[in-house]
Unconditional design. Structure first.
Lengths: 115, 115
């Protein structure tokens, strides 16, 4: 595998379910990001991790819970979601800003549908 | 707060012709980065071109070039000799020069290439 991978690519879940999205980067980066992409809206940054530490949480509801066990893996745990949470969830990685990195590399996304 | 505006939700171009996608942004910073990302129907977002605001020369990558007008806060993307593979959503994005590596995206322009 190369670049940034995400699984699953598609997910349908009920509002009472618990599921997790997984992201893995094979680029040797140390910063990882979760974005939400909804139709006709700008990408919304959700969470940022630098060297496994969460450095940004953009007022995301607690029904979204991120986890970053190491610099290569990032999870987004989902529980009791709402229909308006249906969207494409994108993961990205980059070098940390302190090391001069600024270019983000994106995964293919997980298309989430909440029923 | 930084905002990025793409006023063209959809554009089309004949194959082999040239098209220009518009982007404006709002910032109080004097130095920053600007990006154009491409998201084909397969959804993997890829970087097309990058511009450092402190550089006066417009960035160029093969058939892709930008027209960066710093005073006007304008950052348009020109695609020359359009190809069918150029069909995608194009997103303009802004990043501060220092500090967090957060990207601020526009709402995107869907480009159709007509054979």
């Amino acid at each position: 595998e190369t670049g940034v991978t995400q699984t699953p690519r598609h997910l349908v879940m009920g509002m009472t379910n618990k599921k997790s999205l997984k992201c893995e980067q094979h680029l040797g980066h140390n910063a990882m990001y979760w974005y939400k992409q909804s139709a006709k809206k700008p990408l919304e940054l959700m969470f940022v991790y630098n060297f496994k530490e969460q450095t940004e949480n953009n007022s995301v509801p607690s029904r979204f819970s991120p986890e970053c066990p190491n610099s290569s893996h990032l999870f987004l745990h989902l529980h009791t979601l709402q229909p308006e949470d249906s969207a494409l969830y994108l993961c990205a990685s980059s070098q940390s800003p302190g090391t001069g990195g600024y270019e983000q590399y994106f995964g293919p996304g997980t298309r989430l549908t909440v029923t | 707060a930084q905002t990025v505006t793409q006023s063209q939700p959809e554009m089309s171009v004949q194959e082999a012709e040239t098209v220009t996608l518009s982007c404006t942004y709002d910032t109080s910073e004097s130095d920053y980065y600007l990006f154009w990302y491409k998201q084909p129907p397969s959804r993997q977002m890829i970087l097309v071109i990058r511009q450092e605001a402190y550089k006066q020369q417009n960035a160029t990558e093969n058939r892709f070039s930008v027209n960066f007008q710093k005073a006007a806060k304008s950052f348009s993307l020109k695609i020359s000799d359009s190809q069918l593979g150029d069909a995608a959503m194009y997103f303009c994005a802004y990043r501060r020069l220092t500090g967090a590596n957060n990207l601020f995206f526009g709402t995107g322009t869907r480009l159709t290439v007509i054979p």
